[in-house]
Design a binder for this molecule. Sequence first.
Ligand code: IFM
Length: 696
Amino acid sequence: RQELDMLNGILTRKVKFADRQGRQTQLRQRRLVSMDSPNLVGLETTIIPVNWSGRIQILSALDGRVSNTLVERYRQLNNEHLEQVGAGTSGEELIWLQVETVQSHIRIAEAARTRAFRDGRPIHPRRSIVRKLGYVGQEMEIPIKEGQSLGIEKIVAIYSSRDRAISESLIGALEEIRRADDFAELYKRHARSWNRLWERCNIEVAASHDWISQALNLHIFHLLQTASTHSVDLDVGIPPRGLNGEAYRGLIMWDEIFIFPFLNLRLPDITRSLLLYRYRRLHRARWAARQAGYEGAMFPWQSGSDGREEGQTWHLNPMSGCWIPDHTQLERHIGLAIAYNVWQYYQVTGDLDFMSSYGAEMLVEIARFWASKAQYNECIDRYEIRGIMGPDEFHEKYPGAEGAGIDNNAYTNVMVAWTLGRALDAIQQLPLEHHRDLREVLHIRDEELALWDHISRRMYVPFHDGIVNQFDGYERLEELDMAAYGRKYCNIHRLDRILRAEGDTPDRYKISKQADVLMLFYLFSSDELSELFSKMGYRMDQDIMSRTIDYYAERTCHGSTLSRVVHAWVLSRRDRELSWNLFLEALRSDISDIQGGTTHEGIHLGAMASTVDIVQRCYAGIEARGEVLWFDPCLPLEVERLRFDIEYRHHQVEVGIDRNRLRLISLTRDVAPIKIGFKGKIQELSPGSALELDLN
Ligand code: IFM
């Protein structure tokens, strides 16, 4: 039996086993990765011989030979990344191992302290050392009587040469382990840190099923394990599969657009630090743009250490066993996601320092890239963007075309228009000296700003039959009888793999792997979207929105877990039953491994974070725009009440929503009042006061 105690952040494993002679043994093991001391982990094992007496052999080791083999299709790739630097012992209790990554030469040191106890009292068995290359262990044999308990406590300190405030990783690990408390004390402080985190991140949902709260908590738990307050000071991005999975090899992608909104409103320090991770790689994105013949910064679709493009160029179709070209590097919209994240962080926090020092520069360079990528088409007097891919990965190119890429992906084009507008806003809003510096350092000319403004007003957006067209030419693709495929194959989430294994290609059909046009309705409120379209000279009303949503909802097979959350969000106010069912499916993404095997390769952090965000921002109708925090609650029929705390512009606001009322309480702090918008009216909320708003 395995129990995960999310409140206190501890995993307990209980095993009862018997050998061929009928000797029964109980084992209980508790493990933690300290949320209090970021370099410590602990493992406490208790063994009880139920009906026998004898000797128990214990081996406590540090194993640097562990390789990444959880993803079957990666197994043939090089999996040897570590070389031993040294291994040894120190005193009776300590062993240590130091390794170095073979390519990047990062040193990683682990020092383990193992202690033994009989019936809770310390014992000192003789230890012998086991050494292999990349491995060191201590072996001990302990006599034990029936019913006695044998306790083994292993605490490990881990440092790398990237850690700060250390002399060297091994010295750091050895010093830390010598100071480390015992498991009980470590656990006490670790649990306290988790409890404090939960106070900030909790979400109370009175819903029709109890498991919903539990699943949401599990998602928050995973999120906080990947990006915690301990990562604020580190140079790390947020990988789509968290830290416990190997799919995408830990590379950073656009999934953060689904993850940041929850963090913005709870732990904005973390978002800031994740944005700085991008900022530090801006020079590389600038170089990528230059190499490709553009200006500004072109962020990579998949990247790691130094921010170079590391996206795969070949993809294995497990259904056919064939490797096929992978063009997803053309998903240039990743830069737009970064711009969106910069702006949202700024809206929620009002952090002008961040905007002045980093945010505006990123917005400017991303805007520049797109301004140089956009081509003016005289015939239609509009700007076009050609040869890229949108978020929907089923459409990499036109059917039969030689080259990859599609033209005028509506999502990309609209996001470009929006980003150019925000880059202009950011420059305008900077304090005078920062404004001057930025313009000087980045050589921003008036004509350039005028061009951005023009593009943001004259960007081309394709439509067909009165709905937004996913890209130019999408309307000419063939319809696919998805129901027939559903009957033939029990799972059609990855229709691309099915079609290719049949010798066909998804490029030919009006089908989508994941939300593409609908991302627009997910990222922007209908008011903001209508304004954006009208600025570009297009109409976007409720009728067009509804028809666009229905059209793509019918043709999307949710081959990415990111898709259901978007659909659940955009349908939440128009088809509540379908929206709720999609939300429940998204909640089960990893708990039930709904894609049939992908959870084993790592959890889906984007889907996890955005299910929580649906409850928080979508059901509460929260939008941080300009100086106002808007609310427009709309609870699903299955949810009676919601309660959670958010951080907004230095206020901690307790949000309570039921069928009739929205109640906001701002805790006492020495900060200026904030503006709350509700049903078109704006009111002030001062620290230490409350607002009660009638939803009827
Ligand atoms: O970033 C996503 C992409 O949108 C769809 N395929 C999976 C990636 C990682 O989650």
